[in-house]
Structure formats: C-alpha cells, structure tokens
Design a protein around this ligand. Structure first.
Ligand code: NAD
Length: 507
C-alpha cells in the first residue's frame, strides 16, 4: 500500500446518543407506532442517535400543520421585517450552538470536525443573508397601460413547501432552503435523510427558541418511502424542494406531477476541470486535491474528473499524487483531519467497485485505490485515489462515484475539452485553468453547467445562485434567485375612475 498520512484515533470521548423526534405543530413527538431507527457513526461505529421513524400519518399531520399555518395567514402576511428578526435570531442561536451541532454532524456523517464547523458557520451566514432578502420582496408596477389603468405584479409566498435533504451536508443544505422559504412567507415540512436526522432536529429547537410560530416549520423523520413520497404527492403541498440523487429526483418529479406542484431539484454531478498548459499547475493541483477530497468526495460539486492538456498531464498528475499522499485522512474528530469516513459500508463498496472495474478495463491507479482500517477508529475509510489511463466512456469517468476518487482524462484542443465536458448527462459545475482570459471566457460561455469556476474551484457565496442544468437539476438556490423559487407571481389590474366602456350596448 502507498504510504499516506493517516490520522489515528484522537481518543476523544463520545457523547450519549441524541434522541431525534418529529416536530409537528410546535410539539416534539414520537411516531404513533413508536418505530425508531438507529444511526451509528461511520467512523467510530458508536451509536450516535435514535430517531423516530415516521410513517404516512406523521407526514400527513405535519403537512396539515403547515397548511393550517399558511392558510391562517399570520406568517404569510407578516412583514418582511418581522420575519427577518426571527431569521437573524436563528443565525445567532446557530453560532451559539456551533460546537454541539458540528459534533453531531461529524458523528452522523463521518466528515472532519473542522469541515463540520465551517459548514455550520456557513449555514448561520445563510440565515443572515436570507433575513436581508425578507425585506427586499417586491414585484413590479405598470403605469404605461393607459391613463385609466394601473397594473401591479405582486410576489407572494408559494404556500406549503416540502424540503427533502440528503446526508452529505445536512445542516448546510437545509439552510440553503428553509430560511429562503421562510423569508418568502412560506410554511414548511422538512424531511432530513434517515442517515443524518439529528442536526435538523437541533435546528428545530433553535427555530422554536427564536420565536417561529407553531406549524410554520415542521420536521418529519424517516425514509423516502413513505415520508418523502407523501411529501411529494399530497395535494396540500404546493412545492417540493429536493436535494439528493438524480434517480430520486426523477421519482419525485414524476410523483409531484400528479398534482402539478412546483418542483425544484438539486441533483448529482460529474464535474470537470479543464487544465491548459499555461495554467499555474501548483495552484491547480492544490484546488484539484481540495475539489476531489473535500467531504471525502461525497459532494455534489466534487471535482471528480480532470481533463488535462496532453503537454502537462504527467507533470500535473505527479503534483496531485504528491498532495494526495500528504492530505491527512482518518479520525474525523482530530482537528487536523481533512478526509473523514465514508457514509456507509454499502457506499464504500460502490466506490471501490468503480475503481476495480476501471482497473479491470485497463486503467492505472496512481495512488490509493483501496479501503483502509484506521488505527483505533474503524474500517470505513477509503484512501485518496487518483486513476489514470482512462477512456471517456468508462463509468468512472462519466458517473458520480461520490467518493475520494479522481478520474484523469486528457485533451489536445479547446473544442475537444468542451466536447468531453458536455458529453455528459450531468451539468452541475465546471472549471477551467489558464492564464489566458480568452481561453477561460470561451470555455465559460460554451460549457454546459450551472456554475463555472475559472482558476479556482468550489468557492461559494450566499449571494451567488447555485444549481444545475441537464440531469443535475432544475431551479436555483441562494442569491435572490433562491428566494424567487419560493415566490409566486400574482397580477393585479386596477381601473382608475369610472371609465370602463360597457361590453353590452345599452341601446
Ligand atoms: P438520495 O436521493 O438517496 O436521498 C435524498 C433524500 O431523499 C433523503 O432524505 C431520502 O430519504 C429521500 N428520498 C429517498 N427516496 C425518496 C422518494 N422516493 N421520495 C421522496 N424522498 C425520497 O441522496 P443521498 O444519497 O442522501 O445524497 C447524495 C446525492 O445527493 C448525490 O447524488 C449528490 O450529488 C446529491 N446532492 C446534490 C446537491 C446539489 O446541490 N446539487 C447537494 C448535495 C447532494
């Protein structure tokens, strides 16, 4: 095995299991049948949480609470200023509870504690940003329709929204949705992943503490079947906002079509970075390493394939391999760890099978390529891995591996690089590395992706919209476009004075 920087057990004592329950109409509840599911830490194998496992009746009760809260109008018609006060309070409470939330996030997901802390702090910033948007909601006025007519376009909250989230960034992703929905005046039913329910429940505690009225945000714990499906089909829900896999996204879209509810989808990606010979190869190598190993590659934005000009592919690959050897992976509770555990044994197998299938098909593993048992921690770790000698049609070069595995492809011309990028089902994000701005801008204009980075990777800001094209999704989160997703347009046309010509002649 290649020598790597493995971080053994930090020897930190683990907290008592968290008890996660549904939050319905302001009350914390177990499931009627008392069903629960247990979550063990992917890194340490200890029991982290015991969560109520909801069924159709819990999902329906939560939808009813959200519907009643919306239709009562108190929240939907409250002023943006008063909604902003609550959102700002939530941001303060998140920061106050950062240690507790980050620890649970790490224990349930396996991500490094330093990255969990950054995630929670970034989430607090999203709540603050959404608070600023709550005071900016406005439509248009039309005073050019004639002297006796005034037109006004109102932007109103869309209604009851289902927010369904994945396990890879549980607290961040709910914070990309919920504060924007609340800023718009919507009410919500939230379903976190069955693998990571706890930090969403802590958020529920903070919402109550911040003074959010009962029923405005409800949480139902459980699996896609039946909770997620009920949230996608129930006619009392006006919109589903989903983040997760493309396969489930398609199912939700089909399920929601029965009631024609609005659907917004943030799905998978196989995000390319194209590296030209004139790029700063050291900076590119560092960003590539970050892009593929951040969150152990369990990241929709993972820079999981690089397309490198033939002239520099050897030099760049060597640099990435050297950095891969140095990147500290192991116990997520050690503050120096940068790559943590893999979410589940099944997912470990999936990651490894992509690598082994590629090798059987002629690929070369430049570093990594196997699981690793970390001393004093556990076996659910996958080595930082770089795979070369690939053909573009191999699954490892086209599909979302969702692990710390980099696929290296090569190109000769900009056109060839673009066709490799665009010949993909996905279109979430893409990047280009060159000192020539014309090269960067030509690439940025022609690549099919929701986000393009030039000479950087995976920067993100609350102000900048995020989302995908093709099978990476529909709709946008963040920025003012993220707020618009939760608003509906209403047209108001008003006649001024008694000027209407009769339709039926009085003669
Ligand atoms: P997943 O699709 O398996 O599950 C996501 C959520 O959907 C979970 O809460 C799950 O319980 C629920 N669900 C499952 N079946 C359902 C159904 N039939 N109806 C309704 N809900 C259902 O995804 P995952 O494994 O949790 O997350 C990983 C995936 O998420 C990856 O593909 C990744 O790329 C994607 N992702 C995308 C973004 C983005 O912003 N584009 C961000 C993070 C993750």
């Amino acid at each position: 095995m290649t020598k790597m920087r493995v971080i053994p057990s930090a020897g930190i004592s683990l907290p008592e299991p968290f008890s996660a329950r549904h939050l319905i109409d302001g009350t914390w509840r177990d499931s009627a049948d008392e069903a629960v599911s247990e979550r063990h830490s992917p890194a340490h194998a200890n029991l982290v949480s015991v969560a109520a496992k909801g069924g159709t009746s819990e999902a329906q009760a939560a939808i009813a609470a959200a519907r009643n809260a919306f239709d009562a109008g108190d929240w939907a018609f409250s002023s943006g200023a008063s909604r902003a006060v609550i959102l700002l309070k939530v941001a303060d409470l998140i920061e106050h509870d950062l240690d507790r939330i980050a620890l649970l996030e790490t224990l349930e997901s396996g991500k490094p504690i330093s990255q969990a802390r950054a995630e929670i702090s970034g989430a607090a910033d999203l709540w603050r940003y959404a608070a600023s948007l709550a005071r900016m909601i406005h439509g248009d006025s039309h005073n050019s329709l004639g002297a006796d007519m005034l037109g006004v376009v109102l932007k109103e909250p869309i209604g009851v929204v289902s927010l369904i989230t994945p396990w890879n960034f549980p607290f961040l992703i709910i914070s990309q949705k919920l504060p924007f929905a609340l800023a718009a005046g919507c009410t919500a039913v939230i379903k976190p992943s069955e693998l990571t329910p706890s930090t969403t429940c802590i958020l529920g505690e903070l919402l109550t503490e911040a003074g959010l009225p009962n029923g405005v945000a409800n949480i139902v714990l459980g699996f896609g079947d039946p909770v997620g499906e009920t949230l996608s089909t129930d006619p009392r829900v006006d919109m589903v906002s989903f983040t997760g896999s493309t396969g489930v996204g398609k199912r939700i879209s089909a399920a929601a079509s029965g009631t024609l509810k609005k659907v917004s989808l943030e799905l998978g990606g196989k995000n390319p970075q194209v590296i030209f010979p004139d790029a700063d190869l050291d900076q590119a190598a560092d960003a590539i390493t970050f892009g593929v190993y951040f969150n152990a590659g369990e990241c929709c934005n993972s820079g999981s394939r690089i397309i490198v000009h033939e002239e520099v592919v050897e030099e760049l690959t060597q640099k990435v391999v050297a950095l891969s050897r140095k990147v500290p992976f192991g116990d997520p509770l050690d503050p120096s760890t940068q790559v943590g555990a893999i979410i589940s044994p099944e997912h470990m197998e999936k990651i490894d099978s992509y690598v082994q299938d590629a090798v059987a098909d002629g690929a070369t593993v430049a570093i990594g390529g196997a699981a690793l048992n970390v001393d004093g921690v556990g076996p659910q770790f996958y080595q930082p891995t770089v795979v070369t000698n690939l053909r573009p049609n191999m699954p490892i070069a086209r599909e979302e591996v969702f692990g710390p595995v980099l696929a290296v492809l090569t190109f000769k011309t900009l056109d060839e690089a673009l066709s490799l990028c665009n010949d993909a089902a996905y279109g979430l994000s893409a990047g280009v590395w060159s000192k020539d701005m014309s090269t960067c801008l030509s690439f940025a204009r022609r690549v099919q992706a929701g986000t393009v980075w030039t000479n950087t990777w995976m920067d993100g800001f609350p102000e900048m919209p995020f989302g995908g094209v093709k099978e990476s999704g529909q709709g946008r989160e963040l920025g003012r476009y993220g707020l618009d997703e939760f608003l509906e347009v209403k047209t108001l046309q008003m006649r001024i004075g008694d000027t209407r010509q009769p339709w039926v002649s009085s003669e």
